[in-house]
Design a binder for this molecule. Structure first.
Ligand code: PRT
Ligand code: MG
Length: 209
């Protein structure tokens, strides 16, 4: 049996659409209630619905052979899984944003609020800029407005949340999309997993990464 860990929430619908287009019977998702494990006896498949960072954990530990998760989560939690496909869903980007009066080049040491300390640290390091990272769990957008930090590093999709909080983008860091990841031992052990990946690749139509 092949086990696939899917990220609950925002990217769920588009993930299910790709799997259905690849020929899997995803009807159970329409009426899933509070269930988090689904078994498709006919295709010898098992689906787990978990929080994004846990997708990487299940795949790393080999409990799931495959997983679907945002590249934002993978950057922040690097591990020993293989990245197989860019699914081109859950599209957004990481940006530096702040109130319009923010001056990124005034040579003062900046305080940056973020839910993604690793991405923020790596980005400012790559520019040789020493900043103080303040880790925030959510509603990061208010931090520069109330003066906790000079700016934020956060995910931007439509930009509506920034606008609603009076913030503007100062710099884009990197594109974010959902990826198919795999457990490396599973791939070596079970050739059917490669076949399954090929079916998904035919749907999303990109080169393996
Ligand atoms: O929200 P929750 O705490 O349950 O969990 P989560 O945020 O980890 O998961 P979820 O379901 O919100 O997001 C799952 C994945 O979707 C992320 O890991 C990203 O890869 C991807 N994704 C795509 C996004 C967005 N678009 C997005 N817009 N994740 C988060 N956002 C947030 C963003 O933080 C911003 O504050 O949505 C807010 C609004 O975005 P705008 O620019 O459209 O207003
Ligand atoms: Mg969210």
């Amino acid at each position: 049996m092949i086990t696939i860990a899917l990220t609950k929430g925002r990217i769920e619908k588009d993930t299910v659409k790709i799997l259905a287009e690849a020929g899997f019977d995803m009807d159970f998702m329409a009426d899933k209630g509070r269930n988090l494990i689904f078994i498709d006896e006919a295709q010898d498949l098992r689906f787990l619905l978990v929080k994004a960072p846990d997708v990487a954990t299940y795949v790393e530990h080999g409990i799931a052979d495959l997983g679907v998760v945002g590249s934002d989560v993978l950057y922040e939690h690097p591990g020993s899984y293989l990245e197989m496909l860019d699914l081109n869903i859950g599209l957004c980007k990481f940006s530096v944003a702040s109130i319009p009066s923010y001056n990124p080049s005034d040579h003062k040491r900046k305080k940056i609020a973020t839910k993604y300390p690793k991405i923020a640290t790596d980005f400012f390091n790559s520019k040789d800029e020493d900043v103080e990272i303040v880790s925030i769990q959510g509603s990061v957008e208010i931090a520069p407005v109330i003066g906790l930090t000079d700016a934020i590093v956060d995910i931007v999709e439509t930009g509506n949340t920034l606008v609603a909080n009076g913030l503007v983008v100062f710099e884009d860091i990197v594109r974010v999309s959902s990826r198919l990841i795999a457990n490396s031992a599973s791939i070596k052990k079970n050739p059917e997993i490669m076949t399954l990946i090929d079916r998904l690749q035919a749907v999303v139509g990109n080169e393996e990464v």
